[in-house]
Every structure is written in C-alpha cells, then in structure tokens.
Design a binder for this molecule. Structure first.
Ligand SMILES: [Fe+2]
Length: 489
C-alpha cells in the first residue's frame, strides 16, 4: 500500500477544498441567476372595488409558488393575504377594514414597489368621487400613440375609477395586443380601478376575462359607487327578450335603491352615424323601454370614434364616448344630438354625495373642454307622444280588420298611415323613422306619416320593421316611442 506523505495530503485536501468552494460558489451563482429570472411583468393593479374589498392582479414571467399581498394603512403593512401556488397569473382579494391603504405584492423572491388602493367607502369621507368613461383605445394602427396620450391624460385627472367602454385592442385573440395595451395602461391601472365593457374587438377572448376581475359573470354586471348604480351590458352575448341578460337587466334596475342610474355598453343605440356605425335599432327596441321604465339617467356608449351627447330622450341622456385612441370618425347631424366633436377625448364625472348630482366634463388630451353638463335626480320633463296607429292588430291597406287579443306585433298588408297622439304638448316637430332611417319631419298637427314605400325586394315581402317617432318640445326634451311591425308588401 502506498503511503501518503504529509505534503501530498495537504495538497489533496487543498484541491478537494477548492473544488468544494468552486461548487458552492457555482451553485450559489446559478441559484442567483435562476432567481433573478423571476419578474413581475404585468401589474400589479386593482380590480372590482367595493366598499369593503378590492382585488389585486399581477402576472410573473414564470410560475411562482409563494404569492402574497402585504397591505396596511401605512408602508409598514401588517396584513397579509396569500394567492394560489404554481401559477403566473395572480389574483388575490383583500378585505381591509380601512378605506385608504398601501400594498405590495410578492411572488417567491420578487416584489413590487409600494402602491396605494382606495375602497368605495373612501368617498363617504370625501363627499365626492370622480369617474372617467371612455372607449375604443384600440391603437395598433398608430403604434398605440393616441391610446397612450388619452390614457395619460386620464391618469392626470386621478379618477377614483375608470370604465373602459370596449374595443381596448384591435383583435382580442392576439395576446401581444393585450400586452401592449396593459403596458400603456399600467400607470392608469395602478392609480385607479378600471372596469371593462366588452366590445366587438374583444372577440370574446379568454385573455379579457383573465385581465379583468369583474362582478357577476363578468359579461354583464353592476356595482355601486357613492350615489351611483353602474350597470354594464354585453351586446355580444344574447340580449333579446327573455334572454338571461334581459331578465337580469330588469331585475338589476328594478331592485337598486341608488338615486343615479348609469348604464354602459359598447355599440350606441342612439347616435348620428356620420362616418361611423348606425344606431343599433334592434337592441334599442328591446332595451329602451326598460331604461325608460326604471328611470335611468345616463347611458355611455362607444364604438363610434367620436363624441356625441343627445338631448334627454324619454328623460335619458345618451353619450357616445369613443375617442380613446382609434382612428377618428366624423359625427353626423341627428336632430336629437345636442353636442358632438371629432377628437380624442374622455368623459370625467364629478359626483357629489351631498347633492346627488353628476357633472360631466368631456375633455381632450391637452386639457381642452369639449362639453359640460349636469345630471341629477330630478329627471328632465318627458313630453308625451306615442304611436297610436298601428295598434297590435292586422291591417289591410290602412284598415284595421282584426284587433289581436294577444301581445303580438302588428301585421300590415299594403300601405298604412302611421298616427301619433301628442295631446298634452305643443311640439316643435315630430320625426318619423323606419328601421333607423329618418323618413319624415312633421312640424304641424296632425303628426302622421303615410308609410307607402312599396317593398319590392323579394326578401322583404314579409319582414320585420321598426317604426319610431322622436317628438321634440321647445325645451330640448324629446319623447320617443317605437313599434315593431310585420309588413307584407
Ligand atoms: Fe366597436
């Protein structure tokens, strides 16, 4: 057996020691490299704020295990809430006992900066709150330039909450567009809670439902803030009579006790068209009677890339607020439009809890003021005008031959004279529309319209039509009535 001499032993121990040291340092370096790969790439931002809870969302570049929020009234935090393990998408709801606070999120060994949150209950102390509504930021056409300018201008207003009225991106099925949108929205989404409305460009994408945490089924939902009840609707799911959304809408508006009711959806049901889209007369036919019956005050729409505000129609002011970054459209000339503007813009609501009033200011990206109006619980007087003919009956060449006993649409064979009753008011004029197109303006009584346009197109021989009247009084108030009919020939 070979003997190991002392010097040789020292050398061997030294070499083994060096190897051990190198392995330790190497392992430590590799661990540091591995941990430094963790990053928070989305958020954190707040969602679904109520008077006692708020949800925080963030995403990491890889799955992480120990995901948590530290929060408190100061940057010392003191409270902790844990999220799910082994995921990159983190969504945690906290229930603070205080309305203003600080938070930071931690995923394994990465943590965010300190951020602030505010619950709905904070407006009870301040006596007011601010909310911004806007839509159509979809800005891939100009590399998100205008969308960024509008988002930054909104952020400068420090709104308590923001409602995006849909079409955030151009194609909701392309994840990189959502990443671009989230990046430009990061400052705004960290300073305010953003609620979403589904537009046609969202394409019902899974990513939309991942990014937003919203009440109810996240498609149609409502929430309260101060004296306001906000109702959000989805026109890209079923909306017709007896659909789940229709039944929910009636239940929602009939049970709220908030004095100001604001409804939001994407495609306008009252707009002037211009270079944009026509009013969705089919949806108006179903939803407008509900909005009127339950005394909705304000309706915000988007889809057309411009600004429009109607005079009160059956007591409701309709706003198109679609200047969030998409290419602009020239508004049209509807008589029911009070104000319109082709510009990038957003609507800022100042809500007073003392007077239950909403001051709406429409602002541009350089602080321009394009419009200002006030809505309160005293609804504008609604003039009285209804369609009296056709009734729910069968008509043969303008003669009523059978009054229906059931609630079914009038059936019209041949020509008919549409008649109205406006006995209680002196009107400036009455407009008659068929399928959303203005057919006649009548300035004197009797307010009637002979609908004698012959329908020769084979596909329209037996077809559903929407007859509507808009009756204008001398105080900028408008009465609206509608009748859906079947017409043969
Ligand atoms: Fe749209």
């Amino acid at each position: 057996m070979k003997r190991i001499h002392g010097k040789e032993l020292i050398l061997k121990v030294t070499i083994i020691g060096l190897i051990f040291l190198l392995l330790t340092v190497g392992f430590s370096i590799s661990k540091q490299i591995e941990t430094s790969d963790h990053e928070i790439i989305i958020g954190p931002y707040t969602q679904n704020v109520t008077n006692g809870s708020i949800t925080i969302i963030w995403e990491t570049n890889t799955n992480t295990n120990n995901n948590r929020i530290e929060y408190g009234e100061t940057t010392n935090y003191g409270y902790i809430e844990y999220g799910k393990s082994d995921t990159y998408h983190h969504e945690v709801t906290i229930n603070p006992s205080f309305s203003l606070g600080h938070y930071r999120v931690i995923s394994d060994d990465v943590e965010s900066n300190d951020l602030e949150f505010k619950l709905e209950s904070q407006c009870q102390d301040s006596g007011m709150f601010t909310c911004v509504l806007y839509g159509d930021s979809r800005g891939i056409w100009d590399n998100w330039n205008h969308a960024t300018q509008v988002a930054n201008a909104i952020n400068d207003e420090h709104p308590d909450l923001t409602i995006h009225l849909g079409d955030m991106v151009n194609n909701g099925l392309i994840n990189s567009e959502w990443t671009s949108w989230l990046n430009l929205m990061k400052p705004l989404m960290q300073n305010t809670t953003v609620f979403g409305v589904i537009g046609n460009h969202e394409r019902n994408a899974d990513r939309y439902f991942e990014i937003f945490a919203l009440p109810n089924n996240e498609r149609w939902y409502s929430f309260d803030y101060g004296p306001c009840h906000f109702t959000i609707l989805d026109q890209y799911d079923l909306w017709n009579f007896f659909s789940p959304q229709y039944e929910w809408l009636i239940q929602d508006l009939s049970t709220t006790d908030k004095p100001i009711k604001i409804v939001c959806f994407h495609a306008p049901i009252f707009c002037s068209k211009g270079q944009g889209h026509e009013s969705r007369v089919d949806i108006r036919n179903i939803w407008e009677p509900i909005f009127s019956q339950y005394n909705v005050n304000l309706i915000f729409q988007s889809h057309n890339h411009n600004y429009e505000r109607t005079n009160p129609i059956n007591g409701i002011t309709y706003v198109v607020c679609g200047g969030g970054g998409g290419p602009l459209y020239m508004p049209g000339n509807g008589e029911f439009i009070n104000t319109s503007k082709m510009a990038y813009h957003f609507c800022l609501l100042n809500v007073s809890l003392e007077t239950n009033s909403v001051e709406v200011t429409t602002k541009g990206i350089n602080n321009e003021i394009y419009d200002k109006f006030i809505v309160n619980t005293t609804r504008p007087s609604t003039p009285d005008a209804i369609i009296t003919k056709p009734e729910k009956a069968l008509y043969l060449f303008n003669q009523k031959i059978w009054l229906y006993s059931l609630q079914r649409h009038p059936t019209i064979i041949g020509k008919i004279i549409i008649e109205t009753s406006t006995s209680q008011n002196d009107f400036e004029k009455v407009e008659f529309y068929v399928d959303g197109d203005l057919e006649k303006s009548q300035f004197n009584e009797p307010y009637s319209y002979p609908w004698n346009k012959t329908i020769w197109n084979y596909t329209e021989v037996f077809f559903k039509h929407y007859i509507e009247i808009l009756a204008y009084d001398h105080f900028e108030n408008i009465a609206f009535d509608q009748q859906t009919v079947w017409r043969i020939l």
